[in-house]
Write a protein that binds this ligand. Structure first.
Ligand code: DC
Length: 225
């Protein structure tokens, strides 16, 4: 504590490889990786588990005082999420929760509710934080801001291969439609829409291997820190 902590903000659309790349780079630099999507997913999951529709803003807002979120890290730097003492790390990755998270994240009260949780992590640790509005809203003073993107087709293909590998294949066209729908929701909402910060470096990873994107991201961050 004491000295100023360093912060790297990584924003971009879903499926651009933000979390895998950010985690790998954080490990390499000895920073803490903060996945803010997981925080929104936890709220989405809570609404889902209570049978509350994400389009019902009033009902979602009423749930917020009931939520106590905890973020912890295991030895591998993997982020775990708990709600009211229950570990939901796995559940928040269910496909139906992606859309719930995207919908509840459009509610300004939800964004306000999660702001301090995110900022407090950056006060106590050197962080690489990924999300949609980290460089624009959560950490506008971040030392490095990256906007990581790739074409929707490339992102849908990555997701397709990932699910196939996991033994839970899904139709490529369905995944592409979902990615487009989430892109639209995330960038057209009025509260903190997805967009690059003016001082962000835009990195397009279309067609790259993981190693190529990893080196590109690491170099970009190291040069600026
Ligand atoms: O990164 P992800 O796909 O796990 O995020 C899930 C949803 O949460 C995403 O569709 C938009 C929302 N989100 C957000 O609005 N702001 C953030 N900083 C992170 C995620």
């Amino acid at each position: 504590m004491g000295e100023k902590k360093r912060a790297v903000a990584i924003d971009g659309p879903s499926g651009a490889g933000k979390s895998t790349l950010a985690r790998a780079v954080a490990r390499k630099l000895g920073f803490r990786y903060v996945d803010t999507g997981a925080i929104y997913r936890s709220v989405g999951y809570f609404a889902f588990s209570k049978g509350v529709a994400p389009s019902d803003w009033e009902a979602v807002m009423k749930l917020l005082p009931e939520i106590s979120l905890e973020i912890s890290y295991d030895g591998d730097g993997l982020q775990h999420m708990s709600i009211n003492g229950r570990d939901v790390t796995r559940e928040i990755r269910l496909p139906e929760i992606s859309m719930y998270a995207s919908r509840v994240s459009a509610i300004p009260a939800v964004r306000d509710f999660l702001m301090e949780t995110q900022r407090s992590m950056a006060r106590t640790h050197d962080v690489i934080m990924d999300g949609r509005d980290i460089g624009t809203v959560v950490l506008p003073g971040a030392d490095v801001k990256i906007f990581l993107t790739a074409t929707p087709e490339d992102r849908a293909m990555r997701r397709y291969l990932e699910l196939k590998e996991r033994g839970t294949p899904q139709d490529y066209n369905k995944l592409l439609t979902e990615i487009r729908e989430r892109d639209y929701n995330d960038s057209h909402r009025s509260a903190a829409p997805l967009r690059p910060a003016e001082d962000a470096v835009v990195l397009d990873t279309t067609g790259n291997t993981f190693e190529q994107s990893f080196q590109l991201l690491l170099r970009t961050i190291e040069e600026r820190l």
